[in-house]
Design a protein. Sequence first.
Lengths: 213, 213
Amino acid sequence: MRSYGHIPEATIARLPIYLRALVDLSAGGASTVSSEELADLTGVNAPKLRKDLSYLGTYGTRGVGYDVDYLRFEVSTALGLANTWPVVICGFGNLGRALANHTGFTERGFPILAAIDTDRSKIGHTFDDVPVHAPGELADVVARHKIAIGVICTPVEASQGAADRLVSAGIRSILSFSPIVLTVPDEVELRSVDLSTQLQILGFHLQEAADEK
Amino acid sequence: MRSYGHIPEATIARLPIYLRALVDLSAGGASTVSSEELADLTGVNAPKLRKDLSYLGTYGTRGVGYDVDYLRFEVSTALGLANTWPVVICGFGNLGRALANHTGFTERGFPILAAIDTDRSKIGHTFDDVPVHAPGELADVVARHKIAIGVICTPVEASQGAADRLVSAGIRSILSFSPIVLTVPDEVELRSVDLSTQLQILGFHLQEAADEK
DNA sequence: CCCTGTGAAAAGGTTCACAGCA
DNA sequence: TGCTGTGAACCTTTTCACAGGG
């Protein structure tokens, strides 16, 4: 359908932030916004914001700014949010259930339609409207719900196995909360969020500050 | 104490990954490791790994590789893990409790010593060994436990307020799971992890793949 | 001869200044 | 005049090739 030239990954990572600000602006009744205002709201500087938006197209009006609703639609389209991308959660422990309980995902087009867990006492039951299935049912669940994204919340030991099964079931997009480096084929897009890594980066700078004294 | 020259942020963000691999290697009984092996384990290429390590010092032996335990100690020291950095969690809902329940943080030197919540039914109680306090007690809790890091897991509406209170209480390092851009003074280090942003980035590439067809 | 350490080149991102249109 | 869109300069990060010690 619509095709953009090469958009830098760094820009793509900022689009969701712009989109959220645009949704808020729209809800607040704003009809236009300047690059400077939107930049302030999203914590970037104005030229960077304009450059980012310019990769998507020329949606602004010189001397005026951007039409909030129009820009919101275009950013939303670029992000693929015209479609919904069903999600399966692998590993339905504390973190998995916290995600399932979080309403923001469904609102943004990522409904969590199923979970996989090895715990017999959970399988067959439903938590926060999410049905829990046995690992062996994964391929079937993926096909039935047209799952597009797998989220890995299993314990570390099980995370590579979960990734392998997701790939076998045909999933091409994985978000992992596992703290280890997972191996997947090149055609699979894998994003990793390791919560303790984030703390360790803060720890580095705390140490640096302590050493300066 | 020890002082390094300027280490790129990109390098710092990879150090926790190297450290985890080194801990695993050490536990597995390996005594030396080559840059290529360690690079494979951590998903980077060998020259990048060597360049990263070279910012910390010259810890390898040409023709041999790196001594696992020595390198592990050095990376660990660089990350400030000789110290422990106590953590307070603001907003003790599903996500906050999932983090508290996660043993990996304490193991890595980030003990969660307290939580703050507005819910009267939680205040004064303890979940997973973490005592819950009222917001007004934050400054006192920070001082008593020498809290170094605040983690924000509140609902969106409350997140900027939580950040403000953390800053007032003297906290200089914040990890936020809020999906909005928080404003803090320059001297405060703020890292943000927005879970739905990660899904939206996957959504962008799914859309891209769908459009190509 | 092996594998680390590193300058130099290439690529990727950000900033800037200003051209250009409303 | 005001604010967007963008080439060019600048900075950061990655890659590469190879010098150099064990």
